[in-house]
Design a binder for this molecule. Structure first.
Ligand SMILES: Cc1cc2nc3c(=O)[nH]c(=O)nc-3n(C[C@H](O)[C@H](O)[C@H](O)COP(=O)(O)OP(=O)(O)OC[C@H]3O[C@@H](n4cnc5c(N)ncnc54)[C@H](O)[C@@H]3O)c2cc1C
Length: 313
């Protein structure tokens, strides 16, 4: 793999992978092992970058996400047909032989197939402390960041059916949970009763800010000045998800109600020769491991298509 981001990109790649997170890196390895000529473009903003630890990935449980990416990039070095380029893909146009690609640096290239692996962008409420603590003690996923907060005072920021889904998961970690709805709740009476039966208080008074020291949440400060001690706050993910780029949309790929690309099991989108993998394809697959799996599956499918076509079988 060539990693020189200043090197000029070549032309005539078989595949462009957009994104070098877990989906894109895993795809790159599969392509490399089958000697396909592939360009991986990445602007280095993977979703878990704010977190110091990457959990729930066998063999790497608790590892640094930055170190994990470095390790994968090192492993990819032996695959000389993979070119890694630190640049943002800004535009792709369909051409007779495939796609013409324009990068933010102004460079252009051409590819036969495209794998979208550019992830999503989390949307944080505009409340002081959320951005500062994101990925540390303000988190979204109990599987990624839950075990570390077991039996601690926890908060959920959210409302409605999403809160009804998340609260039972949090009850598996701690008995001390508060629900913050940031205004009058949309929960119906039956839902409120279920929540209260688990000794979870529903707090509708808006949060004014989060008090913290370093990466550690200490208290939730309400508009009325009340200060409530908490160790971690879970933020409910909002749908539709915001994808990190509009390239798939501009190519005409169908998107579902969750904001994700519609694909088959192997990442094939509704547009010929365009595939997708990782967080932009599944609400259930939003983890490093599952994104890596979809990247690998999509790459295997693309490799098979390329080679079957070349062999004229
Ligand atoms: C705070 C936080 C902590 C998390 N912790 C964990 C954890 O502990 N364990 C776990 O399993 N999961 C964790 N996750 C989930 C995990 O980060 C994602 O599921 C995973 O990163 C998705 O991989 P991906 O390859 O789809 O996207 P990403 O990892 O987000 O990678 C996408 C890449 O594409 C790049 N990109 C975007 N647009 C373009 C473009 N136009 N051109 C070029 N490049 C582009 C981005 O900069 C980025 O580098 C966490 C998520 C968050 C938000």
């Amino acid at each position: 793999m060539s990693t020189n981001s200043h090197r000029k990109v070549e032309t005539g790649y078989e595949v462009l992978v957009i994104g070098g997170g877990s989906a894109g890196l895993s795809a790159a390895m599969t392509f490399g092992r089958m000697r396909r000529k592939v360009l991986v473009c990445d602007d280095n903003q993977p979703r878990n970058l704010p977190s110091a630890h990457m959990n729930n990935f066998p063999g790497y449980d608790g590892a640094s996400p930055i170190e994990w990416r470095k390790n994968v990039r090192r492993e990819l070095e032996k695959y000389s047909t993979i070119q890694f380029h630190s640049d943002r893909v800004v535009n792709i146009l369909q051409s007779e032989s495939g796609f013409s690609v324009i990068l933010e640096s102004g460079q252009k290239t051409s590819v036969e197939k495209v794998l979208l692996a550019y992830g999503i962008r989390d949307q944080l409420p505009d409340i002081p402390g959320f951005k500062e603590l994101w990925g540390q003690s303000v988190v979204h996923c109990p599987y990624c960041h839950g075990f570390e907060f077991q039996d601690k005072p926890l908060a959920l920021f959210g409302d409605g059916d999403g809160a009804m889904h998340m609260l039972p998961l949090l009850l598996g970690l701690s008995e001390d949970i508060l629900l913050f709805t940031q205004g009058p709740s949309q929960l119906n009476e039956a839902q409120k009763q279920k929540i209260r039966s688990q000794k979870i208080q529903i707090i509708e008074a808006p949060i004014q800010s989060l008090a913290y020291t370093g990466p550690q949440l200490e208290a939730i400060v309400l508009d009325n000045g009340e200060r409530i001690a908490r160790t971690a706050l879970y933020l409910l993910t909002q749908f539709p998800l915001v994808r990190s780029a509009k390239i798939g949309q501009e190519l005409g790929c169908k998107v579902n109600d969750f904001g994700l690309y519609e694909t088959d099991t192997f990442g094939k989108t509704s547009v010929a020769n365009v595939y997708a993998a990782g967080d932009i394809t599944s609400i259930y697959g939003q983890s490093v491991l599952l994104s890596a799996a979809t990247g690998s599956a999509a790459a295997a499918r693309i490799v098979a298509e390329l080679l079957i076509q070349k062999a004229n079988f």
